[in-house]
Design a protein around this ligand. Structure first.
Ligand code: HPA
Length: 243
């Protein structure tokens, strides 16, 4: 059975957008995961809330390997994930959607691979195209049809978190070519690629990054903006599943 994986990020915890849903859990070699299985127009969908259904798991504590291993085991062949991000790019405004095509990895303390040596071979993943171009094109087309402002391409800077960034860090990321900043896409995207699943992420711009924004950033502000964008996001995901 082949299934579609949806990994919901900040503000995206509600699997009731799908039909025939039931909660399940699965033991993986990396620990247990909770997921919701459902359907949409006859297609099987597996939904995982990246931060847990009550947002209790911070970015640096997410069991990325268990989530990705579990989705693979459950027959997922492609993954649509969502991420709330800050913007470093004046053309990417709060309320816009970005289909990330590159990342800069500034994480510090995460296990980033399934290939740790020992009884697994040493492997070096090609990440020329970490985010599936075909999946991004589908999301772009559906989003544009739905009237969203959706940018196909952008460089996501992944920080360790859980704190937000200093303005000096944001200035540096901007000089390095970063467009957006978030805390979760690495190692998730790499693990999905190692597991040979197509992966795309819908980044939702919730705020301008620290130092660009005139006021100090709060998690509440991010969640509030995500709430405003939730209906559009839901339609985009369902439209892409239908496409
Ligand atoms: N920085 C890091 N992560 C984020 C941000 C941000 O500005 N906004 C939403 N997630």
């Amino acid at each position: 059975m082949s299934a579609i994986g949806v990994i919901g990020g900040t503000g995206v915890y509600d699997p009731s957008i799908f039909e025939n849903i039931h909660e399940e859990s699965l033991m993986t070699p990396y620990g247990e995961i909770d997921y919701v299985q459902g359907t949409y127009h006859g297609k099987t969908v597996i939904f995982v809330a990246r931060h847990g259904k009550d947002h209790t798991i911070p970015p640096h504590k997410i069991n990325y390997r268990a989530n990705i291993w579990g989705l693979k085991k459950l027959g997922v062949t492609f993954i649509i994930s969502t991420t709330a991000v800050g913007s470093l790019n004046e053309n990417f405004k709060p309320g816009h959607f970005v289909l990330t095509d590159q990342f800069l990895d500034f994480t510090k303390n995460r296990i980033t691979t399934f290939y740790e040596g020992g009884d697994r071979p040493v492997a070096h993943l090609d990440v020329t195209n970490p985010y599936c171009p075909e999946l991004r094109d589908i999301l772009q087309k559906v989003g544009a049809e739905q009237g969203l402002t959706i940018h196909n391409g952008g460089t996501y800077v992944c920080t360790e978190g859980p704190r937000f960034e200093t303005p000096a860090e944001i200035k540096m990321f901007h000089m390095l070519g970063g467009d957006t900043v978030g805390m979760t896409n690495v190692p998730e995207v790499n693990l999905a690629n190692e597991a040979e699943m197509a992966y795309a992420t819908i980044s939702m711009i919730t705020n301008y990054a620290a130092g660009i924004s005139e006021s100090a950033l709060t998690h509440g502000e991010v969640v509030e903006m995500m709430g405003d964008m939730a209906a559009q996001l839901k339609a985009l995901i369902l439209g892409a599943i239908d496409a």
